[in-house]
Write a protein that binds this ligand. Structure first.
Ligand code: C2E
Ligand code: CA
Ligand code: CA
Ligand code: CA
Length: 279
């Protein structure tokens, strides 16, 4: 009997060791990826539902693994967060996105804004405000064109601290969007207190607009509430003409999703969207 449980113990340790080893390997690969500059930013356009014009580009990170090709962020962001590498990669993404944005401006391409995703850990980090300040530098355009996307769940975790940080960021002229709105536990009473500019409705609500009985009413309520708080509303994950049409009827400001475009490489974004758009 004792032997059987001993075997089981051994079995579990072997399994655990294997997964720990796999994680360590991935961690090392990610460290190297940072050194070798294998991370890339793809951009997905947001467009105005009123005019159809391009308004903004959201930077979405990928890892260009030479062995396997592009790896989506869902596969490596959690490891970056676990290991603390997210600070360095996050800093890189912010600087890279701003650099692309300023190049677009200097080249006289369309005046879009640039949106960068922030990990919950970054906002909580002591040096974060100073880092943004440094990345922006003295360029007033950089601050005015930059939008940070921060998930709702993070803000709600520590509302007091979040409000103070968000205020400091906005004081620089940078705008703030609440990402994945509706998926967290936010109480609506907090929304009025948050120093934010934009609310991004999560894709799950966009889907339910046409599939669930209360979906349409829910999205309508979110949009009206946001507007009453003077917030801009962006719907994410818009894939169908029907969704786009309904969002337009509901007075949603902007949309983003495969219907208009998937995220594309910087080169494709420039050729397809910036060169063609009026300034
Ligand atoms: P997110 O910020 O909510 O980004 C939207 C995700 O939905 C993106 O996935 C995008 O490619 C995808 N998407 C856009 N339109 C559609 C659509 O119409 N249908 C469907 N099914 N999907 C759509 P992606 O690029 O894999 O990014 C996943 C998440 O990774 C992002 O979610 C964001 O939370 C995180 N992320 C991406 N880049 C960064 C980054 O630089 N830093 C940090 N901290 N997180 C990032
Ligand atoms: Ca986002
Ligand atoms: Ca989102
Ligand atoms: Ca989402």
């Amino acid at each position: 009997k004792a032997k059987a449980s001993g075997d089981r113990y051994l079995f579990y340790t072997q399994k655990m060791t294997a997964s720990v080893a796999a994680k360590l390997t991935l961690e090392n690969q990610l460290r190297q990826a940072l050194d070798k500059e294998e991370f890339v930013l793809h951009y997905q356009p947001k467009v105005s539902l009123g005019s159809g014009q391009l308004t903004s580009a959201e930077a979405l990170i990928r890892w260009n693994d030479p062995r396997t090709g592009l790896v989506p962020p869902g596969k490596f962001i959690p490891i970056l967060e676990e290991t603390g590498l997210i600070y360095e990669v996050g800093r890189w993404a912010l600087r890279k996105a701003l650099q692309d944005y300023l190049r677009w401006r200097a080249a006289g391409l369309a005046a879009v804004r640039i949106a960068v995703n922030m990990s919950p850990m970054q906002l909580r980090h002591r040096g974060f405000i100073a880092e943004i300040e440094q990345a922006i530098g003295v360029d007033a355009h950089a601050a005015g064109g930059l939008e940070l996307e921060i998930t709702e769940s993070l803000i709600m975790e520590d509302v007091k601290h979040s409000i103070a940080s968000l205020q400091a960021i906005r004081a620089m002229g940078v705008s703030i969007a609440i990402d994945d709105f509706g998926t967290g536990f936010s109480s609506l009473s907090y929304l009025a207190k948050l120093p934010v500019d934009t609310l991004k409705i999560d894709r799950s609500f966009v889907i339910e607009m046409t599939t669930g009985p209360q979906g349409l009413a829910l999205v309508s309520t979110i949009i009206n509430l946001a507007h009453s708080l003077k917030l801009k509303v962006v719907a994410e994950g818009v894939e169908t003409e029907e969704q786009s049409r309904l969002l337009q009827v509901l007075n949603c400001d902007e949309m983003q999703g495969y219907l208009f475009s998937e995220p594309v490489s910087r080169e494709v974004f420039e050729a397809r969207f910036l060169a063609a758009s009026p300034k």
